[in-house]
Design a protein around this ligand. Structure first.
Ligand SMILES: Nc1ncnc2c1ncn2[C@@H]1O[C@H](COP(=O)(O)OP(=O)(O)O)[C@@H](O)[C@H]1O
Ligand SMILES: [Mg+2]
Length: 284
C-alpha cells in the first residue's frame, strides 16, 4: 500500500535533514506505527506521503500512486488527520463535514453519523470556532473518514484527548482496520503504538532505527524474570527471580513445590523501555 525508499527532507538550504534515508513498506491491511519523540520527523514524513510537502529526494508510492506526480484521484482513496485541526471556524461542525464531503468524487458518509461516532452528537449546529481543542481534533478526525478511505493517515490521533474519548478513537481505528483499512499512524505515545500497531518503526532524529512487531520486540528484549508472591507466616512476600540462571530456576521450583505461591507473572519489557534501550532516547 505504501513503499518508501531512501526518503530525505530538509526544510532549509543547509544539510540539516528532518528526514534522513527513511525506507519502509506497508502492506495492505496493516496498522503501521511511526513511533518517536517530538521532532523526530514523523509529521514531515506524513506530509510528504500525503502530498502536502513536496518530495525532494527518494521514491514514494502511496496506494499505487507515485507522489512525484500526484493525481487528484488519490485523494478519493486516502484519509488524513493532522495534529493541527484544520476546520473552518465560522462553519458549524455539520457544515464543515458537508463542505469537505463535496470535494470528493466518491460516495461519502453521513456527517451526522460521523459526528455521533466521535462523540459529537448533538453538536452539529455549533460553529467549529466555539469548539474546545479536543472537539476540533475529533471533528478533524471525523473529516478524515468522510470518503471511506482505504488508506488512512493519522498524526497523533489521541494526543490531548481525555482518556474516555481517546479510548473511543482507538476503538474506531481498530474497527476500521478490521474492515480492511490500512493505517499509517504517527505517535509519541507508546501505549497507542503497542495496542494498535501490527508493526512499529522507531524513529529518532529523522532516521528509522528499527522496524518490528511489538510482540517480537518484547520477546527479544524481554527480561526473562518471573515475579512471584507467596505466603510466609501469614504475610505476603514478593520475589523476582531470573529464569536464566540456575539458582533462580531452582528457587522457583522450590517455591512451586511448597505450594505457597499466590501470584506469579512473567515480566516483559514495555515498548517504552525497549525504545530507550534501542535508541538511547526517551519518548517525549
Ligand atoms: N515548517 C518547518 N520549517 C522548519 N523546520 C521544521 C518545519 N516543520 C518541522 N520542522 C523541523 O523538522 C524536524 C521534524 O519535525 P516533525 O516532522 O514535525 O517531527 P515530529 O512530528 O516527529 O514531532 C524538527 O526538527 C522540526 O523542528
Ligand atoms: Mg508531529
Amino acid at each position: 500500500m505504501i513503499t518508501v525508499e531512501h526518503l530525505y527532507h530538509s526544510y532549509g538550504r543547509n544539510d540539516v535533514y528532518a528526514v534522513k534515508d527513511v525506507s519502509f513498506d506497508i502492506p495492505k491491511g496493516e496498522v503501521f506505527g511511526f513511533l518517536g519523540p517530538s521532532g523526530a520527523g514523523k509529521s514531515t514524513t506524513q506530509g510528504i506521503l500525503t502530498g502536502l510537502l513536496r518530495l525532494q529526494q527518494g521514491q514514494v508510492s502511496v496506494a499505487g500512486y507515485d507522489v512525484k506526480n500526484l493525481k487528484n484521484s488519490m485523494f478519493n482513496r486516502i484519509g488524513m488527520s493532522f495534529e493541527q485541526s484544520n476546520v473552518y471556524s465560522k462553519l458549524t461542525a455539520r457544515e464543515n463535514l458537508q463542505f469537505f464531503a463535496k470535494l470528493y468524487d466518491v460516495p461519502t458518509r453521513d456527517p451526522d453519523e460521523l459526528l455521533k461516532l466521535v462523540g459529537l452528537d448533538g453538536k452539529g449546529q455549533i460553529r467549529a470556532g466555539e469548539f474546545s481543542k479536543g472537539m476540533k481534533h475529533r471533528l478533524t478526525f471525523a473529516r478524515s473518514m468522510l470518503n471511506n478511505p482505504e488508506l488512512w493517515f493519522l498524526d497523533e490521533p489521541t494526543t490531548g484527548l481525555d482518556p474516555a474519548i481517546a479510548a473511543t478513537i482507538k476503538g474506531i481505528i481498530r474497527e476500521q482496520n478490521q474492515q480492511g483499512v490500512t493505517v499509517f499512524l504517527t505517535t509519541h505515545n507508546m501505549y497507542i503504538a503497542d495496542e494498535l500497531c501490527s508493526r512499529v518503526a522507531f524513529i529518532v532524529d529523522g532516521e528509522i532505527k528499527l522496524i518490528d512487531s511489538p510482540k517480537n520486540l518484547k520477546l527479544q528484549h524481554g527480561q526473562s524474570v518471573v515475579a512471584v508472591e507467596y505466603g510466609d507466616d501469614g504475610k505476603l512476600v514478593s520475589e523476582t527471580l531470573s529464569t536464566v540462571d540456575a539458582q533462580g530456576r531452582q528457587r522457583l521450583q522450590d517455591l512451586i513445590a511448597s505450594q505457597r505461591i499466590r501470584t506469579m507473572h512473567t515480566k516483559e519489557a514495555t515498548l517504552e523501555e525497549i525504545f530507550i534501550q534501542v535508541t538511547g532516547r526517551e519518548l517525549v
